[in-house]
Design a protein around this ligand. Structure first.
Ligand SMILES: [Zn+2]
Length: 117
């Protein structure tokens, strides 16, 4: 597992899924902020209280509305970050809770550089 300092992403491959380069990759440290997922406002309002309830440390960054995520929406998108040592637990929790929600599952996989098969 490698960590991209520039994109705050983890990857299993030798290229970062964000910047598609290997220049910024290094071994992850426990307190590195890792991109958990980028979701629409409505999903962010569901995810944030879950993280709080589980006492998973996280930060939320507001992005402008993005054509990448469905487009056309005037609502903002949000990116969640967790420290590396909390990331796996957060993914596991959200994957379980949103097992039936393709949008969240896709967002989690996309952040980890995995493509839905
Ligand atoms: Zn990168």
């Amino acid at each position: 597992m490698l960590y991209c300092e520039r994109c705050n992403r983890l990857t299993e491959s030798e290229r970062c899924p964000g910047c598609e380069s290997s220049i910024h990759l290094r071994a992850p440290q426990a307190d590195d902020p890792v991109l958990l997922c980028t979701v629409r406002y409505i999903l962010a309002t569901m995810i944030e209280p879950l993280l709080e309830e589980e006492k998973i440390p996280h930060s939320k960054v507001v992005l402008g509305s993005s054509a990448l995520l469905g487009g056309g929406s005037l609502l903002e998108n949000y990116s969640f970050y967790t420290p590396y040592d909390a990331y796996m637990g957060a993914v596991e929790m959200l994957t379980g809770i949103f097992a039936e929600d393709d949008e969240v599952r896709l967002a989690l996989r996309e952040a980890a550089g995995l493509k839905e098969t």
